[in-house]
Design a protein around this ligand. Structure first.
Ligand code: AMP
Length: 215
């Protein structure tokens, strides 16, 4: 499993982050979430954070040139060469640039996992999502409850609702996904090994299915 490169594809709220955080540990792969990298930059008030937040607040994608710089720097800094990308690529330009970047190092993507979920379930899930701004842990008021209400189980931080998890912004993000990210499904079907998993069930059930298709 070590050294494997996996891309997680799927709409916002399909459970990519929750699943990646689990199976990264189980498979010994590095979990790279571009959404978390951007939110950390926003929190730290860096130049990147200032630029990115204008797009993130509106549910729009951060421009490709910014994202490509960010991902290249991140991949170069890793000790491990096995990883799961969660939230990247999100446009055809990003997908093509990633393949070129890897090709330059005689590397390639091993698996692309598509998690499919119906839009109404997504709106319901994201409206109930709560996150820890300190350690990026993710919870849900219905399905992933904390031991103490409003407090992160991992670090004790105060949980918040992400500003882009308000219903209007969720719907905008779903439109952006359909327009700009869904075309990657066809791209990866053609160029790499894409497998589809249903994201409608419970966390454990989906996790077991993902491990089954990755092993
Ligand atoms: P996520 O946590 O993956 O839902 O990402 C949150 C927000 O970060 C997105 O709505 C985008 O504004 C931005 N973002 C994350 N990854 C990317 C990417 N690969 N390309 C462009 N924008 C991104």
């Amino acid at each position: 499993m070590e050294g494997r490169k996996v891309i997680l594809l799927g709409p916002p709220g399909s459970g990519k982050g929750t699943q990646a955080a689990r199976f990264a540990g189980e498979l010994g792969l590095e979990h790279i979430s571009t959404g978390d990298l951007l939110r950390d930059a926003v929190k730290e008030g860096t130049e990147l954070g200032k630029k990115a937040s204008q797009y993130m607040e509106k549910g729009l994608l951060v421009p490709d040139d910014i994202m490509l710089g960010l991902i290249e720097e991140k991949l170069d800094s890793l000790d491990s060469n096995g990883w799961i990308l969660d939230g990247f690529p999100r446009t055809l330009t990003q997908a093509e640039a990633l393949s070129t970047m890897l090709g330059g190092h005689q590397q390639k993507i091993d698996r692309v996992l598509l998690i499919e979920v119906d839009s109404e379930l997504i709106v319901q899930r994201l409206s109930n999502r709560r996150v820890c701004p300190q350690c990026n842990a993710v919870y849900n008021l219905n399905t992933i409850r904390t031991a103490v209400e409003g407090k992160c189980d991992a670090c004790g931080g105060d949980l918040v609702k992400r500003p882009d998890d308000e219903e209007e912004t969720i719907r905008k993000r779903l439109d952006v996904y359909e327009e700009q990210t869904a075309p990657l499904i066809g791209y990866y079907r053609e160029h790499d090994d894409l497998v589809t998993v249903s994201g409608a069930g419970g966390i454990e059930e989906i996790n077991a299915e993902i491990l089954r298709v990755l092993k």
